[in-house]
Write a protein that binds this ligand. Structure first.
Ligand SMILES: C[S@@+](CC[C@H](N)C(=O)[O-])C[C@H]1O[C@@H](n2cnc3c(N)ncnc32)[C@H](O)[C@@H]1O
Length: 260
């Protein structure tokens, strides 16, 4: 099979085929979070690192006003094209989630699958939370989902996903390359195996993510007092099952509430 080494986010069609199928649990959970955790009504939503907009598109269908940014211009083009194709609009642009401003604050925001961990330094993480505090009105929320590093028990290492649409099928696999918990840097290999009736291709790239123990996340949050934790859930995405963090917890969705 032909193998090409690329940035895996440069293939929005394949990304969205694999991860776009997985929207319903997050969508319903986030809708429940708006109801439970936002003070006042939720009409305007913002997603930093929105990628292809797999979730923004679903919220557009429900009539929310949308904003989003992503560093990857191909993902943003895909996102905007899909919204336009279905007659929706959003303020969605290429931008860095550590350095942006919005014209009018939003009611709620979300960032659910580890995108935040792409920010590799404490400075970037603080800048991101500060930008988000300026982008969300008081009483609004930021639902931030990430894998924490457990301090007891082994972390989950490999993940695989498969998806098919018509004649196109994509198998995705992610595996650890190195983990430096002192420097808080984890490297993962990630590949798409893409099959169509006429061709097969492997796209292989590397993801570099910053690691967080629960304590490290807590220390970060203290640096941006505009945010406080209003609820903690996990990737079961069940609003009726808030969790408590212990040494073994990995998948976490923090509901951060914008303070006055
Ligand atoms: C795992 S994807 C998630 C995309 C989308 N949020 C979703 O749920 O499908 C991570 C995204 O983070 C984006 N990203 C990484 N660093 C970024 C940064 N500094 N600012 C904005 N986007 C960034 C990547 O381009 C990629 O689209």
């Amino acid at each position: 099979m032909e193998t090409i080494a690329e940035n895996i986010y440069d293939f929005p069609v394949y990304y969205d085929l694999v991860f776009g199928a997985d929207w319903a649990a997050e969508f319903h959970f986030l809708t429940d979070c708006f109801e439970k955790h936002v003070s006042g009504r939720t009409r305007r939503l913002f997603e930093p690192a929105c990628g292809t907009g797999r979730l923004l598109y679903r919220f557009a269908k429900e009539g929310y006003a949308l904003g989003g940014i992503d560093l990857n211009s191909k993902a943003i083009e895909y996102c905007n094209d899909r919204l336009a194709k279905h007659g929706y609009k959003g303020e969605i642009w290429v931008g860095d989630m550590c350095d942006f401003t919005v014209a009018k604050p939003y009611d709620a925001s979300f960032n659910t699958i580890n995108s935040f961990r792409h920010l590799l330094t404490e400075k970037q993480a603080v800048e991101h939370l500060q930008c988000m505090a300026n982008a969300i009105r008081p009483g609004g929320i930021y639902a931030l989902g990430l894998h924490l590093t457990p301090t007891e028990g082994p972390p989950t290492d490999t993940e695989s996903w498969n998806a098919r649409r018509g004649n196109l099928s994509v198998n995705t696999h992610m595996w650890p390359l190195s983990r430096d918990l002192k420097m808080r840097i984890e490297r993962f290999g990630m590949r798409y195996d893409v099959y169509s009736p006429t061709s097969q291709m492997r796209i292989e790239g590397e993801l570099v993510l910053r690691s967080y123990t629960a304590k490290q996340f807590d220390q970060l949050l203290k640096k941006v007092p505009q945010w406080s934790i209003d609820g903690i859930y996990d990737f079961r995405y069940d609003i009726n099952e808030p969790i408590e963090i212990d040494a073994t917890v990995e998948d976490v969705v923090f509901i951060l509430k914008r303070q006055k």
